[in-house]
Design a protein around this ligand. Structure first.
Ligand code: HPA
Length: 407
C-alpha cells in the first residue's frame, strides 16, 4: 500500500522551501529493497530555477546506494494534484520501469494512480545520447519503425493466453522486446512473452504483441494506454484483440474461435479513469460500436467463403484471477454474456478512445464454470488455447488480406 509513502511525502513536504511559488510539494519513492526516500521542492531566488520534490527524492535514493524505484508518490498541498514535470518524468524513467506506479495525492490521500510509462510514453533513449542509433535507439515509435518490413503496417494483433504460437505463422519476422519500448509493460503470467513481433501473415504486414498485462496482476488499468497510443502514433489503424475465453453460450465448443460482437465491462475498472488525454480522444468516448461492424461483416463473409463459419458472441471481462463460480456464470448469462475472460476490454476501450478500429476474437478454451462438471485450470486454458490458436491463425490468414484492403 502507499500509506507509508504518503506519510513520508507528507513529512518531507513540511520541509519544502518554496517562498517564491508558495507551493509545497513532497515526493516519496520506494526502492526495490523496500527503503523509502522522500524529498521536498527546494527553490531559490532565481525561481523558477530550483529542484522539484521528485528530483530531491531521487537524489536521496541514488545517494543512499539504491538503484531502482518500484513505487512513487507525489503529494500536493492543495486540491490541485501535482504531476511530475517533464524533467522528473525522465528522471523517474531512468530509475523505474514503464509499469512502475506513480500515485498523485492531495492532503486527504491518493486520488489518482498512473504509471511512469503513461507519464512518459516517448522518453529519451540511448539514441538521443548518440549511442545505439538506428532502430536500437530512440522512442518506442522509432524502435517499431526500425523493425524489418514494418513500413506499411496498419494492423496490430494482441495475442492472448496460449495464442503466442500465432507468430509461428508469420513470415519475415523481426522482433523487439517490450523492455526496449517505453510504456510497454512486462507481463508476469506464464504463456505471455513480452515482445512485439513484426511479420507477414498471408502477405499482410502485421505487428503481433506477444504478451499482455492483466488487471489481476495488480497494475493500474491505465497501463494499457501507452502501448496503444504508441501503436497509433506508429500508424496502426486496426487493433485485433485475441483472448482465451470460457464459453457461457452452450453452442460454443472448446477449441473453436468466436468473433466478439460486443463486450460487458465487469472489471470494475476503466483505463480512461484519470485526467483525459485530450490530444488522444474525448473525455466521454462513444462505445456504441466497439468492435467494427464493417470489418466483422467482412470477416464473416470472407471466412464463410473459405468454409470457415464464424460465430459471434458478447464477451464479458471479469477481474479474476480466480475463475468464476457457477452462480456468477448464471448471472453473466442473464445479463447477456456468451463468453467470459479476464482481458481485452481495457485495450478495446483505450483503442476506441484513440480512434483505432477494433476486432476481437475469443479462442474458446473451456466451458464456463458449472457447465461441464469439471474444475477449470490455467493449464487447460493454455493447452486448448493452442488448438484454437491454430484455427485462429488459419482464419486470420484467410480474412486479413480483405481486412487490410478495407483499412
Ligand atoms: N473464465 C475466465 N477466464 C477464462 C476462462 C474462464 O472460464 N477461460 C479462459 N479464460
Amino acid at each position: 500500500m502507499s500509506d507509508d509513502l504518503f506519510e513520508a511525502a507528507k513529512a518531507a513536504r513540511g520541509h519544502a522551501h518554496c517562498p517564491y511559488s508558495g507551493f509545497a510539494v513532497g515526493a516519496a519513492l520506494r526502492a526495490e529493497d523496500g527503503r523509502i526516500f522522500a524529498g521536498a521542492n527546494v527553490e531559490n531566488a532565481a525561481h523558477p530555477q530550483g529542484q522539484c520534490a521528485e528530483a530531491s527524492a531521487i537524489g536521496a535514493l541514488v545517494s543512499a546506494g539504491a538503484k531502482r524505484i518500484v513505487e512513487a508518490l507525489v503529494l500536493a498541498d492543495g486540491d490541485a494534484l501535482i504531476s511530475p514535470c517533464g524533467g522528473c518524468r525522465q528522471r523517474l524513467a531512468e530509475f523505474a520501469e514503464p509499469a512502475t506506479p506513480v500515485h498523485l495525492a492531495g492532503p486527504a490521500g491518493v486520488r489518482h494512480t498512473t504509471t511512469v510509462g503513461e507519464l512518459l510514453p516517448f522518453g529519451f533513449g540511448e539514441g538521443h545520447l548518440g549511442r545505439g542509433g538506428g532502430s536500437e535507439g530512440g522512442s518506442a515509435v522509432d524502435r517499431l519503425s526500425g523493425l524489418k518490413h514494418a513500413g506499411d503496417t496498419r494492423i496490430a494483433i494482441q495475442l492472448g493466453s496460449g495464442l503466442g504460437a500465432l507468430v509461428d505463422a508469420l513470415a519475415d519476422v523481426d522482433a523487439v522486446d517490450y523492455g526496449a519500448l517505453a510504456g510497454f509493460p512486462q507481463p508476469t503470467v506464464a504463456g505471455h512473452r513480452g515482445r512485439v513481433v513484426a511479420g507477414q501473415l498471408a502477405g499482410v504486414p502485421v505487428l503481433c504483441l506477444q504478451g499482455r498485462v492483466h488487471l489481476y496482476e495488480g497494475g493500474p488499468a491505465a497501463a494499457v494506454n501507452a502501448p496503444i497510443r504508441t501503436l497509433r502514433a506508429f500508424g496502426i489503424r486496426l487493433l485485433v484483440l485475441t483472448n482465451a475465453a470460457g464459453a457461457i453460450a452452450p453452442h460454443f465448443e472448446p477449441g473453436s474461435v468466436v468473433l466478439v460482437s460486443d463486450h460487458i465491462n465487469a472489471l470494475g475498472k476503466n483505463p480512461l479513469v484519470g485526467p483525459n488525454a485530450d490530444d488522444v480522444g474525448p473525455r466521454f468516448p462513444d462505445m456504441s460500436v466497439v468492435y467494427d461492424r464493417e470489418l466483422r461483416d467482412l470477416v464473416k463473409k470472407t471466412g464463410a467463403a473459405a468454409g470457415l463459419r464464424v460465430h459471434e458472441g458478447v464477451y464479458l471481462a471479469t477481474l479474476g484471477p480466480s475463475f468464476e463460480t457457477p452462480a456468477e456464470i448464471r448471472a453473466f448469462k442473464a445479463i447477456g454474456a456468451d463468453l467470459v475472460g479476464m482481458s481485452t476490454v481495457p485495450e478495446a476501450i483505450s483503442a476506441r478512445h484513440a480512434g483505432l478500429r477494433v476486432l476481437g476474437f475469443s479462442a474458446v478454451t473451456n466451458r464456463a464454470a458449472g457447465q461441464s462438471g469439471r474444475p477449470l485450470s490455467h493449464d487447460e486454458t493454455l493447452a486448448v488455447g493452442a488448438v484454437a490458436g491454430e484455427k485462429l491463425a488459419k482464419l486470420l490468414g484467410v480474412v486479413l488480406p480483405e481486412v487490410h484492403h478495407a483499412l
